[in-house]
Design a protein around this ligand. Structure first.
Ligand SMILES: Nc1ncnc2c1ncn2[C@@H]1O[C@H](COP(=O)(O)OP(=O)(O)OP(=O)(O)O)[C@@H](O)[C@H]1O
Length: 229
């Protein structure tokens, strides 16, 4: 049987002897939003970078929908990431001189015009149908974040990783972005959000806590606690 979702087993990344993330075991199910919380420096961004195949693990295993990623070449990892993983970064990484649809279309690669219609449809879905031609640098923070969600969503990714997706937004825009991420999960995507916010975490389906690069509470624990109550 093909395993679905993301499974990490003893996943480790060492920047140095003391810093990094260590022996991470987790299973992110499809259709669920999982929050990863922890103090500054706990390892949240490092974990997202590992799951996004941006960092190559020092040791351990990582499978996405049953595909083991450990032995992929750098080129295979890049193309796997492009096809399967949407990433919403803390600093957004939108190109300010490209307009909204061009930023969304860039998820597919450099030939932006090829996927213009898909990009525009996706922008309509996140409520930005009338801002397609606006340069990203001229959009508000909330609008830019919605463009970033549209870009993560446009390929139909199996996994979406979001680093503080609501961190810089006012409550209304933050809730709008969370609703969009929920819709992604409802379409059978695994969503992982790094957040400092207890409120954001409480709106997720499960929570992982990191402390000094180690998991101190996992989604499985949270789910079994919910079942007991
Ligand atoms: N490129 C790097 N080289 C060496 N150490 C690093 C590097 N990047 C991060 N670290 C260290 O690894 C640890 C985890 O960092 P990480 O950025 O994953 O934490 P975080 O939980 O995302 O923090 P924040 O909430 O502040 O963004 C920290 O101690 C950090 O100083």
């Amino acid at each position: 049987m093909t395993k679905t979702g993301i499974e990490a087993h003893e996943l480790t990344y060492k920047y140095s002897a003391d810093f990094g993330v260590h022996n991470i075991d987790l299973h992110l199910h499809k259709g669920m939003i999982t929050a990863v919380r922890g103090a500054s420096g706990a390892g949240k961004s490092t974990l997202l970078a590992l799951l996004g195949l941006i960092l190559h693990p020092t040791s351990g295993k990582l499978a996405l929908d049953g595909d083991e990623t450990r032995d992929m070449s750098p080129n295979e990892r890049d193309s796997f990431r492009r096809d399967n993983i949407g990433i919403i970064l803390q600093d957004l990484a939108l190109l300010p001189f490209l307009n909204a649809w061009e930023n969304v279309s860039s998820a597919f690669g450099p030939r932006l015009g090829k996927n213009r219609e898909k990009a525009q449809n996706m922008l309509s879905e996140v409520g930005l149908g009338d801002r397609c031609e606006t340069p990203a640098g001229n959009l508000s923070g909330g609008e830019r974040q919605r463009v970033a969600v549209a870009r993560a969503q446009v390929k139909g990714s199996s996994l979406v990783l979001a680093d503080e997706p609501t961190g810089s937004l006012d409550p209304d825009n933050g809730e709008a972005v969370m609703r969009l991420l929920r819709r992604l999960a409802d379409n059978d995507t695994s969503v992982l959000i790094a957040t400092h916010s207890a409120e954001v975490a409480s709106s997720c389906d499960a929570e992982i806590r990191l402390d000094q690069g180690n998991i101190v509470a996992s989604p499985q624990q949270d789910l079994s606690e919910q079942e007991e109550n």
